[in-house]
Design a protein around this ligand. Structure first.
Ligand code: URA
Length: 224
């Protein structure tokens, strides 16, 4: 079950019961880091399933132990890129590369300056130019769309390397309306898949109700 937001056909909210069940686990402040990570891994399957629904396939001939038949494979000339934004986005990359085994993983390193809430770049594993941008599909992976600043910078990076916006997708666990609007002002057609759109942002840029700092919860670095 998925929902498309009213007035925003390109934001897909995965309302599948299994998504919501795992979202409850990651929101709970008493969930350990281990429980948190396992729930995010399960969510990664569900979100990727949703985010890849419209990938194109082509017909091939396959020989089963019984006979020959026509089957479908992902289009062979399409290159898939997974772009986890460090550090929290790393949690998505194992499962995402299991679901999309031929994908290249191109890490993006950004942290949020706590005062300005603006992203600070420290790593970019993208090539100077992609070989065939028209046939490249990018999944940007970041658990939280909060202010939308780092999401926007990362989308702009791929767009500046000639990847068509229709080929760029963003996958997140939770999105804040403020971040979504910021992305939408610049990229109305970009496809976003998330498990929930929350209420708002705190003054310090945290999503409310949210789940706290995703990176700290994944890597067990929450300071009490
Ligand atoms: N990043 C997080 O990890 N959590 C938030 O609530 C906002 C940004």
């Amino acid at each position: 079950m998925t929902t498309t937001l009213v007035n925003d056909p390109n934001t897909i909210v995965c309302e599948h019961p299994l998504c919501q069940q795992n979202l409850t686990i990651i929101r709970d402040k008493n969930s350990s880091s281990e429980l948190f990570r396992n729930a995010v891994r399960r969510l990664t399957y569900l979100l990727l399933y949703t985010a890849t629904q419209d990938l194109e396939t082509e017909e091939v001939t396959t020989v089963t132990p019984m006979t020959e038949c026509k089957t479908q494979v992902l289009k062979k000339d399409v290159k898939i890129i997974l772009a986890p934004i460090l550090r929290a986005g790393l949690i998505f990359s194992d499962i995402a590369s299991e679901v999309l085994p031929t994908a290249s993983i191109r890490h993006i390193g950004m942290y949020r300056d706590e005062k300005s809430l603006k992203p600070v770049w420290y790593y970019d594993k993208t090539p100077i130019m992609f070989d065939d941008p028209q046939k490249t599909i990018v999944f940007i992976l970041d658990p939280m769309i909060a202010t939308g600043n780092s999401a926007l910078d990362c989308i702009k990076l791929f767009a500046s390397k000639r990847i068509p916006v229709k080929n760029i997708r963003f996958v997140s666990l939770i999105a804040a309306p403020e971040g979504l609007s910021k992305i939408r002002k610049n990229f109305p057609d970009l496809k976003i898949t998330t498990a929930h759109v929350d209420e708002t942002l705190s003054k310090t840029g945290y999503i409310i109700p949210g789940l706290g700092d995703a990176g700290d919860r994944i890597f067990n670095t929450v300071e009490n």
